[in-house]
Design a protein around this ligand. Sequence first.
Ligand code: HEM
Length: 399
Amino acid sequence: VGAAGAAGLVVGGAGAAIGVSATEPEQDAAKSVTTIGSTEVAFRPARARHQAGITTPLQATGHLVAFDLAPGAGRKEAAALLRRWSRTAEELMAGRAPAADTGVALDAGPSSLTVTFGFGHSFFGRTGLTARRPVQLDPLPDFSADALDPKRSNGDLWVQIGADDALVAFHALRALQKDAADSARLRWQMNGFNRTPGATARPMTARNLMGQLDGTNNPKPSDKDFDERIFVGRDAGQEWMRGGSYAVVRRIRMLLDDWEKRSRHEQERVIGRRKDDGAPLTGGSETTPMRLDATGPDGLPVIPSNAHARIAAPESNQGAAMLRRPFSFHDGYREDGAPDAGLLFVCWQADPLRAFTQVQRKLDRGDALSPFLRHEASGLFAVPPAAEPGGYVGRPLLE
Ligand code: HEM
């Protein structure tokens, strides 16, 4: 992996098109304020206890992978693995090559790589640590619309890899798999993507494969209750999780053939927001609050009573909020000819029961979006705080 700054892609300021620099490299290099390749995310975020990859801006490429500990591997092997993984993640995120490197990411900078580690419910039984398993990891309830594949769900260990370059992300995945060696085996892998930074004229909320701006009303780090809603506090039970977060992961396939047949008007009523600029149907711009009580001349709510954004909003859920940080996926076509595409929905919260579960229970009763979705895989993971200097992720639990 090349040193930070050695990457070739030059972006002419936030949002300029990528690749146009090839014809006039000097001129564009002079204009450039950043390069995609040289952007580095700290393995231990400054002024925060949590791991990278939670509040980090969405990256262009992601791999979500779960591992199961190998037969015979227990707490000691898990501790050694997390030590190896943390070291490798820190090296790669800083743009340095690990020992005996494959060379896949040679020439590229760190490219905003993040690697985030979590523990599933089954991890604690395997390592003799059930007494320290947080209640927040209790299995999610069944939802009526679930069509879950157990082989692609859950797992002892979860790793989220994100990067703005596909080779950098693949390289990290292979390095971590190599570290797993005989102590853990891959259980499932999902590959996702987001828009490439620089593809839009200015930084914008991401779009999903239905074409909607997705993430508009996410909690913001500047909100005064952000930390309390997203990160585990002092009184949450398990001290080793303080400053960490819980990730809910759902592979949600979109029935795009059905969706794309609907008019724009119908599509907008499904969400309760306009498609082009994300503004609520009650008017204003993307950042204008929804007026859930507004009625039209017909006396009916302007934002329909079953609109996804109405049903999911904190106002409809006793304040429940989660940080949604997804990747889109496209795994080709299914046997029935439909695209195997949708959202690798990842959401972060201090308490999954009060956030994801509360909201999904309501959506599952029949919001307007549900008929266009299939939940096909599910996972819930405890994502501990970042490693202390000289330590590794999960050390306060494992040692
Ligand atoms: C809002 C799409 C699944 C929770 C939204 C918005 C869109 C959207 C377009 C409005 C813009 C925004 O605020 O981000 C989708 C799609 C999904 C999906 C395409 C599946 C493929 C879910 C699930 C949950 C969820 C499973 C949680 C159980 C929320 C929340 C909001 C939201 C909390 C913000 C509501 C507000 O405060 O205004 N979603 N969503 N979504 N969605 Fe979803």
